[in-house]
Design a protein around this ligand. Sequence first.
Ligand code: AHG
Ligand code: MN
Ligand code: MN
Length: 332
Amino acid sequence: MDDMVQLDELSEKEAGLSAPEREGARKILRALAAGGREMAGLLASGPLKGLTGASGVVNVQGEEVQTFDEIAQEVFTRTLRETGAVRCLVSEERETPEIQNGGSGLFHVAMDPLDGSSNLAISGPVGSIFCVFRPSAGEPADPSAAVLLSVPSPVFSAYVLYSVSTLLVVSFGREVRQFALDPARGEFLPLPGTVRFPGDGGQIVSLNAGNASRWREGDQSYLRSLSGVPYSARYVGALVMDFHRNLLKGGIYLYPGDMPKGGSGGHPEGKLRLLYEAIPMAIIARAAGGEAVDGTRPILDVSPVHIHQRVPLVVGSRSLVEDYLRISASPS
Ligand code: AHG
Ligand code: MN
Ligand code: MN
């Protein structure tokens, strides 16, 4: 196994890609690195520029847009467009896909440009999440329908974590590689080896227990079952950070559906988005020996019907996800 693979070399290792696809994937990875570097710099000076507050704008999900959500949207839309390799770009921050390069690009891309944005106000960790799909043959003219048809054919997924250091994590589905931003050189450099969930599954459980009374019985039963086992609760409230910690240390992340209480709030279908949160993390989790489910089925078996579809997400070490499936299926 190559210990150090440069970002530019990653797509070369993928036998299932045509030569133009390898080149397109390489360009997209460069665009994610360039956007990630730019965002890391902007985020670092955010408090000094008064950029961490709310914008007063409400996005298509009905949530208030943070200033950085829109900045990240613009940064990655630009760096991706410049590759010439993107056909349709789906984003959490845009209701409809953006057609790039007149629709001539090789791939569709879905992104959450800024994940965990409620952490901005406290200088907490945030991230960016991406999934690249191969368009199917004879796709429909409607961009949303075209993207949905391509979802069963992912090419690679990636996230950028902006924290104590800035990391880029990438998987084409076979293995997971990490790159760290060298702030002096402005480049993402490889970290040695590949990343896998620890063999013992680990002990970390990440969930928003404040929602538990509004979860389905199976999810509540799983939470109760934890009182008998040694575990550590850790929750940052940014999927990228919570997932990344559990990937390295071993653990499970849950965001189940939660019912409205008192006629308001709630995410009965789950809060996280299938195309640009759950699927990319599921691809990385599987490639690292883990699993991701929607409560009963693998996330990668869910057929999307809407580009902004939400889904319950349980993701992490395989043995912990299997425990979750067993316990939540027969609540006691
Ligand atoms: P986003 O900032 O892109 O809307 O995503 C926030 C998501 C996810 O990152 C995080 O795990 C989850 O929302 C946290 O939700 P709660 O604050 O409801 O726990
Ligand atoms: Mn998000
Ligand atoms: Mn977001």
